[in-house]
Design a protein. Structure first.
Length: 416
């Protein structure tokens, strides 16, 4: 139940993030917004995410994963409902910034908590299963857009995730705190109680952490020690590469389809059909995550995705739908492996939230400027220019894993 609650929270958070493409495309065609205002809308999401990641990561390592996770959910819910009430585009942009202050923290802290709650034997399988739930948000957002946007129901696109986050805020009151985090703070009795709440009796391997892990809160400069340089660089490169590629294709897909001179109704229909690939990619990971190495899975999915991304601008009709669909399957696999599993596995417990947050804060910094770059490329080179960015990012992921990849499959979080 605990894993399902976290997965559902990430689902509504991702739904909120992924509705951007469909909503901005609909607002553009209706005359309610412009390309320039759409780019500002996307950019402030990244700006708020920088603040969210840096602050939430530090708070989660100091005050606990559960408290920060729930606070972020509350902020996303209230900010997104404010978006639904926006009377004009400028108000919508301001409310989006408020929501984004929690939006980046929900998956970052939530997935950290999830990884720390799960035993090593089932970590890959259960995180992947939760990834099926959370990545289904892309299909859900596309379906909602297909049903609601043609008649101007964009307000409901914000009401759905806003209300969902508020409900999950109430339900997640039953979540236990991370036993690993409690152990690093010296609160071993509380850690045992958390394990008991999870019906786990074997606490020896978990609580017998080494001296460094028992030292409690690590100073900020601990992130930049020699031992952590390699995983930190790898985490930043993977997070930036994946999220830029995802934004360039998934978030901008409706605008890319409009650029192909499709009507708004056909654009939403194509987007809906392609978006089925993301949860199927997560489902594939559920079956394979504990059977293949993380390195092989990430490299294989990235190579497949970059080949499809390179072909996407030159397809049309059913070939366009098929290419986009399989590309999203590959993206779904990468989402689960990189964002769901690998990033949290790279770092020790007492800096895990901050190190993961630093990786994601770098992503959000890039996201502030990325919409302006993609809009320029779209105006100058069309779909080819935007997809070139996607291909380059996926290529960077492949080389990073070959050169810096650390194998984490089947290893305890405290032994990697």
């Amino acid at each position: 139940m605990f894993i399902a609650l976290i997965a559902l929270a990430v689902f509504f958070d991702f739904f909120d993030l992924m509705l951007s493409g469909s909503v901005t495309a609909a607002l553009l065609t209706s005359g309610w917004s412009t390309r320039e205002l759409n780019v500002v809308f996307l950019s402030v999401t990244g700006l708020g995410g920088i603040i969210s990641n840096l602050v939430a990561g530090a708070l989660a390592d100091r005050f606990g994963r559960r408290r920060v996770f729930r606070g972020a959910l509350l902020l996303v819910g209230l900010g997104t409902l404010a978006c639904a009430a926006a009377p004009r585009m400028e108000f919508l942009i301001g409310a989006r910034f408020i929501a984004s202050l929690g939006m980046a923290a929900v998956p970052g802290v939530g997935l950290t908590l999830m990884n720390e709650l799960l035993p090593v034997a089932v970590r890959g399988r259960w995180v992947s299963a939760s990834g099926v739930i959370s990545t289904s948000s892309l299909f859900a957002a596309a379906l909602a857009g297909y049903l609601l946007l043609p008649w101007g129901g964009w307000h409901w696109m914000f009401i759905i995730p806003g209300a969902g986050c508020l409900v999950l805020y109430c339900l997640t009151a039953v979540l236990p705190e991370s036993p690993r985090w409690l152990a690093t703070r010296g609160r071993h009795e509380a850690a045992r109680q958390a394990l008991s709440k999870m019906h786990i009796d074997e606490d020896g391997p978990l609580l017998a952490l080494n001296t460094l892990e028992r030292s409690g809160e690590a100073p900020v400069d601990r992130l930049f020690t020699k031992a952590l340089v390699k995983p930190l660089v790898l985490g930043v490169v993977l997070a930036v590469g994946f999220n830029v590629a995802t934004t360039g294709f998934l978030t901008w897909l409706p605008m890319l389809l409009l650029e192909r001179h499709l009507s708004i109704s056909n654009t939403l229909a194509y987007n809906l059909m392609m978006s089925l690939g993301i949860p199927l990619g997560g489902l594939a990971c559920t079956m394979l995550a504990d059977r293949i190495s993380r390195k092989a899975g990430i490299i294989g999915a990235a190579v497949t995705a970059l080949l499809l991304a390179a072909a996407f601008p030159f397809t049309s009709g059913y070939a366009l739908i098929g290419t986009g669909f399989v590309l999203q399957v590959s993206m779904g696999v990468l989402s689960t492996l990189i964002m769901g599993l690998y990033l949290a596995e790279l770092y020790p417990t007492n800096v895990r939230a901050r190190a993961t947050a630093l990786s994601m804060a770098t992503v959000r910094l890039v996201m502030v400027f990325l919409p302006f770059l993609l809009l320029t490329l779209l105006n100058v080179a069309g779909v080819v220019g935007v997809m070139a960015v996607v291909v380059i990012c996926l290529l960077v992921i492949v080389f990073a894993m070959f050169l810096l990849g650390i194998e984490t499959s089947g290893k305890s979080l405290d032994r990697i």
